[in-house]
Design a protein around this ligand. Structure first.
Ligand code: HEM
Length: 210
């Protein structure tokens, strides 16, 4: 049986590692807005979008990797899955805020048109809305209130990550290497899940027959 307890030092370490890219990019934005030397290249908005988008995908894939890793190693990491998922949401939100504030300057008409007309942006939006739903229902109160439905709802992580990786692939301008690697990792994680699902069903059928 896996213990449900957090190890405070590991939790703190995970927070420090997860928040570091967000703090770093925020500091660079602050330097840029204050006309100081920064590393955001000649096109800061594009650089920030790429940076936050890539971290969103990474956190989604890391979150999905927790269960297989626990199954393979028996490490007690399951209790940190929610936290990692919330970081995926944080980076997704930063990605969208950058697009909404710095790129489109709150021009809602243009934003809605973009979301409806550019398929890549539609996929990104679907992924973000999915993440928002998961983040909003990831707290104890929602877990209790939703009961058995909670687990079903949180399977949304699979389609939303597919949407996110598709968006990533469609948005990239030249080199598709990184989005291809993301897609391969996602395919491996989904195959593992499918394998586990088939195994569990087989075993429960055997028990029923016996
Ligand atoms: C969970 C949701 C999302 C993820 C994981 C994600 C991920 C990414 C990634 C990785 C890139 C960089 C592609 C590259 O390597 O060049 C990117 C680019 C972009 N994303 Fe997203 N995205 C998400 C949601 C959104 C949403 C909701 C919008 C806008 C409504 C959006 C707008 C853009 C734009 C405009 C770019 C291109 C940036 C540029 O080249 O200047 N994304 N996204």
């Amino acid at each position: 049986m896996l213990a449900k307890k957090y190890r405070p030092w590991l939790r703190l370490l995970i927070h420090i590692i997860c928040v570091a890219p967000a703090l770093w990019i925020s500091y660079q934005i602050w330097l840029w807005l204050n006309f100081e030397t920064h590393v955001l290249t000649a096109n800061p908005i594009e650089h920030i979008t790429d940076f936050t988008g890539k971290w969103t995908v990474r956190f989604l894939l890391i979150t999905l990797s927790v269960t297989p890793l626990v199954k393979l190693t028996k490490w007690r990491l399951l209790v940190y899955r929610r936290l990692l998922g919330l970081y995926a949401f944080l980076y997704g939100l930063m990605h969208f805020l950058n697009y909404m504030v710095l790129d489109y300057f709150f021009d809602w008409e243009l934003i809605i048109e973009d979301v409806l007309e550019r398929k890549a942006i539609t996929f990104g939006m679907l992924a973000l809305v999915g993440l928002l739903i998961l983040a909003a229902t990831s707290f104890k109160f929602a877990v209790k209130k939703l009961g058995k439905k909670w687990q079903k709802l949180h399977r949304l992580i699979y389609p939303l990550t597919i949407f996110a990786v598709t968006h990533n692939y469609m948005m990239v301008k030249a080199d598709v290497l990184i989005p291809t690697i993301h897609a391969i990792i996602l395919a491996m994680l989904l195959s593992y899940r499918l394998y586990m699902y088939v195994q569990i069903n087989k075993n429960s059928n055997k028990i029923r027959i016996a």
